[in-house]
Design a protein around this ligand. Sequence first.
Ligand code: 5GP
Length: 136
Amino acid sequence: MEKTIFQKIIDREIPATIVYEDDNFIAILDINPVNIGHTLVIPKHPWVNMYEMPAEDFDHMMQVAHMLGVKIKNTLEADGVNIIMNNDAAAGQVVFHAHVHIIPRYTGDGHEHWHGARGYNEGEAEMIADKIMENY
Ligand code: 5GP
């Protein structure tokens, strides 16, 4: 199978600006940042997305994202930070090697979130909650 761009970065076949590395994770600056300092936390194991990741490894990835998120906020004096993971093309995933985005945010930086204007019909929220809870 063709290596992903992130695997090539992990294997030092192509360059990246590294901001953190340990035995299991690497964090790099996104080549096309939403804001300066936009960072990607990438497991060295090539899981495609979070569904494939054991919960323990996902926890570990989020610990790295937490550590770096706080550090980035303080260092870059951000007003806020988004932690985002896109899983599957439908959710905006473009590189199919699991990763978490850390995006420093500034008041009035102009980036918009999706707008959740749909609402729920009568009884619909309870029905969906029951369905989700059935699957534990
Ligand atoms: P996704 O949409 O898959 O969650 O995000 C992939 C991210 O990887 C994008 O924000 C994109 O800018 C970044 N990216 C893609 N190719 C490269 C690369 O070669 N180097 C770095 N540093 N980032 C990349």
